[in-house]
Each structure stands twice: as structure tokens, then as C-alpha cells.
Design a protein around this ligand. Structure first.
Ligand SMILES: Cc1ncc(COP(=O)(O)O)c(C=O)c1O
Length: 497
């Protein structure tokens, strides 16, 4: 049983004068210098004061409350929460990588530049592209890089009238957002009854104003768009380019390449396909890869290998310029490179095959209790609809919250937007058959509860420290101050005003 003391926050445990650690008195010359008096604090820093043991318990109990891939099954569709192998961490923490200064001269970091260059080359081989950059620090930033390159390509040719970007209605929200940031007008394309891009609507939407099409394949319904070759031929015939949102490459590695499908430029979310850590929004990394046509527009600085030496160069006059600092999130790239080397091309193919097998197995297992809106063979993820339980007063959201009580993270809810009361389930390749069976059993139990005790779903979760948050308010007006900070005079101060 949790003791009362463990339930208290660190602010409530704070007692004036308690210390977890005290620094020895300094005898350094430096400490004799005093900053100007107007720069000195007027009040004490309002930090909680606790013993080392209380501090330890505080962080350990916070860690226990976390729901993460290391503790829970996490089938969060579209987000690909797969296991992060520890060997990646060990390699990334080697001093040659972790202590390397970003401003170190090229000749002193040849090994690191080689790793970055090898990763770009490996990713090009995997995706059927010819050149790339590691600079972007998130999928959305990768998309922005790619669409800016498309814009630069058209402008270079004098095609200033190409102002429209075609985007399927099931796309991830970052696709229209980044295209709009780059100044494009968004033209939304319909999905047909099979879950593919509607070919008739595509034909109608293309015009001399079309700059390109942004899409992912498999799409966000977890379905492979079988018309992609025809669609890309049509776009190219009209002088437009294709952007591949590579967030879903983890379903097709070494089975089919985006370059072979006709895509011209793409990004990869390293955490999804290459098992790098991801949570709370980072640390992100999204290499951008492109074909010969778009290579001159890649961001700078680029890595150049010549006469047995690596250098970084900004001497590319058609480049879109800098997109982030240095060579991107290098520590994340090292982890991805490790994963790439460990698996090799054959291994990566079996990663994708296992992801697809797991998704199809789980889909079949639960198809009797939920609606499968697109019953064809799925790729690494699939959509279900729980619309039929609205008649019992239960929404997809209630089911998702109840799943938490059974010790699993919930799947993604209400995305993609085109399916009512939907959940997007992505088990990933790292889960065992036993875990998938257990999750199917949990969903069966919950469906039983809808009939026997629906209130238990409406009030869920019952086992976590917080239940139903106002998610919009939590994002728009977050309150980071603990209420005890207001009450405890020893931790009052300007920091909280
Ligand atoms: C299909 C798809 N595209 C783009 C993104 C955006 O990636 P990021 O969150 O790294 O910006 C995601 C993220 O989940 C995604 O699933």
C-alpha cells in the first residue's frame, strides 16, 4: 500500500533547511568576484527543500507513474511506439559521439562525419533516393524542408504559377500545416470506398497550378494505395512533384521503395522506423532524402566526401538554406545508424514483415467485437470503429480510457478524421503473440462491460492519478505550478508570480 508520505508532492514534503546535497565551501579565486548588486536576487530561489532520500523517492514514484514502451503495451497508431534497443543507447553514449562539440573543425571529427554520411547513403538505398540531409529535427520540419525544396525547384524553372499542393483527406495534420507554411494553397483529395486516393478526384484536381502531392503509403488508414504508380505518372505528366511522408516506411522496408513508387522527396521519422527514443515530443529527427532532380535544393551545410576526406560545405547556390543548426540531432542519428547496421537489409525487411503480420493478426482477432471499416489486408496498423456502441452511450474515448485501467496505453483515437468513432491500432513488430492475445482479451472484457456496467467505462480510468483532463485547456493554458507552492511560505517567490 502506498504510504501517505509517498502520495505527497515534493512541495508538500518541503521543510526549511533540509538539504539533499551541499557543495563544499569554495576556495577559488573566482568566487571572490561579486556580480553587480542590481543583478543579485532580491529573494531566495523558491525551490522545495528536501532530504536526498525524499528527493530519490519523489523521482522514483514519478517514474512509476509513467506509461511508456518500457512498462506498457503501447499500440498508439501512427506514432509507432516500438522498443528502443539498449545497444543503441550504449553506442550513442560513447565519448567520441556524446562529447563531440558541434563547432569542432571538420578534420577533427572525420569519424562522426563518416557516420552521418553512411547513414544518409544507407537511407538513400532503403528509399530509392540519391541524396539527403540529416538536418530536420522532427517529421513536420522534414516536411517543411521537402515542400520548400519543391517550391525552389519550380521557381528555378520559372514556374511561379504552381501554388497548389494536393493532400489526401486522411493525411496527418502536419502535411497541410507545413504546405501552408511554405505558402501553398491546400487542395484536399477524397479517399474512395476502398481506402485509396480517389483516382477520379485526383484527375479533376490536377491543373497547371499544381506544385505537388503530399502523401504517405501505406496511408494513415494503414492501407497500401495500389494506384500510386498511376497517380505519380499522372502528376509527373503535369509537371508536378510527389512528396512522401515517410512516417509509415516501417511497413515496407526493402519490400518496395518510395523512389520506385515515383516519389521525388521524402522525410523519415527515425523514431518510428529506426527505433530511436520518442516521448513528450522529442528528441526528433527526420532525415530528408530526394532524387537527382531535387538534390541541388537540399539544405546546407552538406557533407561532402572528396579525396578521402569529409568536409561540411555551404557552397550550394540553389540550396533552400539552413533548416536547423549543424547536422541535426546527431545523437539520435547515431542510434538509428546502429539499428540499421544491426539489422542489415534482410533484417529490416523482416522488421516490416513482422509489423504487418502482427497488425493483421490482431485485426482478425478483434474483428468480431468491433467494426473494421476497410476489411482488406492491412499494413503495419489498422482502423477500427466503435460507432455501434454509441447506442449504449459509449464512445471510442470511453473505451480508450478504460484500456488504461487494464495496464495498456490506449490506441490513437479519432484519427484519421474520416472514420467515425475510430481508433488506429499499431501493435508494432516488437510485441509477442502472447501480448497481442492479452490485448484482444482486454478489449473483449471491455465490450462485456459495455453491456453489464457501462458506467465503469464512463468514469474510467479508475487506477491513475488523474482521470479525464480538459486536453485542449491543458495545451492552451498549462498550469505548471503545484497548488502547494501557493500555500507553503518557504517556497513562495517571484518565480511563481
Ligand atoms: C503520418 C505522419 N506524418 C507526419 C508526422 C509528424 O511527425 P513529427 O511529430 O515528428 O513532427 C507524424 C507523427 O506522428 C505522422 O504519423
Amino acid at each position: 500500500m502506498a504510504s501517505e508520505s509517498n502520495a505527497k508532492s515534493i512541495f508538500e514534503k518541503s521543510r526549511k533547511g533540509q538539504r539533499a546535497y551541499s557543495l563544499p565551501k569554495s576556495d577559488s579565486e573566482f568566487d571572490r568576484f561579486q556580480p553587480a548588486s542590481d543583478l543579485l536576487r532580491k529573494t531566495e530561489i523558491p525551490l522545495p527543500e528536501v532530504s536526498e532520500l525524499d528527493l530519490m523517492r519523489h523521482f522514483s514514484s514519478l517514474a512509476k507513474k509513467t506509461i511508456g514502451i518500457d512498462t506498457h503495451f503501447y499500440p498508439l497508431g501512427s506514432c509507432t511506439m516500438k522498443y528502443n534497443p539498449r545497444v543503441n543507447e550504449q553506442v550513442a553514449s560513447m565519448p567520441g559521439f556524446s562529447k563531440c562539440h558541434p563547432l569542432a573543425p571538420d578534420e577533427t571529427v572525420q569519424g562522426n562525419l563518416e557516420v552521418a554520411d553512411n547513414l544518409i547513403r544507407g537511407l538513400c538505398e532503403l528509399s530509392g533516393m540519391t541524396a539527403g540531409t540529416l538536418a530536420p529535427n522532427a517529421g513536420a520540419q522534414g516536411e517543411l524542408t521537402g515542400v520548400l525544396m519543391i517550391r525552389a525547384y519550380h521557381r528555378k524553372r520559372g514556374d511561379f504559377h504552381r501554388t497548389e499542393m494536393l493532400i489526401p483527406d486522411n493525411a496527418h495534420g502536419t502535411n497541410p500545416a507545413t504546405a501552408a507554411m511554405a505558402g501553398f494553397k491546400i487542395v484536399s483529395l477524397k479517399t474512395d470506398s476502398q481506402g485509396n486516393l480517389d483516382p477520379d478526384h485526383l484527375q479533376e484536381a490536377i491543373s497547371e497550378r499544381t506544385a505537388g502531392l503530399m502523401m504517405t503509403n501505406p496511408n494513415t488508414l494503414g492501407l497500401f494505395d495500389v494506384n500510386i504508380a498511376k497517380a505519380s505518372a499522372l502528376l509527373h505528366k503535369h509537371g508536378a512533384l510527389l512528396y512522401y511522408d515517410g512516417a509509415n516506411l516501417n511497413a515496407i522496408m526493402n519490400i518496395v521503395k518510395p523512389g520506385e513508387m515515383g516519389f521525388d522527396v521524402m522525410h523519415l521519422n527515425l523514431h518510428k522506423t529506426f527505433s530511436t527514443p520518442h516521448g513528450g515530443g522529442g528528441p526528433g529527427s527526420a532525415p530528408v532524402l530526394c532524387n537527382e532532380k531535387l538534390a541541388p535544393f537540399l539544405p546546407v551545410p552538406r557533407i561532402v566526401y572528396k579525396d578521402g576526406k569529409y568536409t561540411t560545405s555551404s557552397d550550394f547556390p540553389d540550396s533552400i538554406g539552413r533548416i536547423s543548426t549543424f547536422q541535426g540531432n546527431f545523437a539520435v542519428c547515431v542510434r538509428a545508424y546502429m539499428y540499421y547496421l544491426l539489422h542489415g537489409n534482410y533484417g529490416l525487411r523482416s522488421v516490416s514483415e513482422a509489423a504487418v503480420l502482427n497488425a493483421n493478426y490482431l485485426k482478425k482477432k478483434i474483428s468480431a467485437i468491433v467494426t473494421i471499416p476497410f476489411p482488406r489486408f492491412c499494413m503495419h496498423e489498422f482502423v477500427i470503429s466503435t460507432e455501434k456502441y454509441l447506442a449504449d452511450g459509449i464512445k471510442a474515448y470511453d473505451i480508450a480510457k478504460r484500456i488504461l485501467d487494464y495496464g495498456c496505453h490506449s490506441p490513437t483515437v479519432y484519427f484519421p478524421l474520416i472514420v467515425k468513432e475510430c481508433m488506429l491500432i499499431e501493435p508494432t513488430e516488437t510485441e509477442s503473440k502472447e501480448m497481442l492475445d492479452e490485448f484482444a482479451g482486454i478489449l473483449e472484457n471491455i465490450v462485456g462491460e459495455i453491456k453489464s456496467d457501462p458506467d465503469i467505462l464512463r468514469g474510467a480510468p479508475h487506477t491513475l492519478s488523474v482521470a479525464r483532463l480538459d486536453e485542449a485547456r491543458a495545451v492552451k493554458c498549462p498550469i505548471f505550478r503545484h497548488s502547494a507552492a501557493n500555500e507553503n511560505p518557504s517556497i513562495q517567490g517571484e518565480f511563481y508570480e
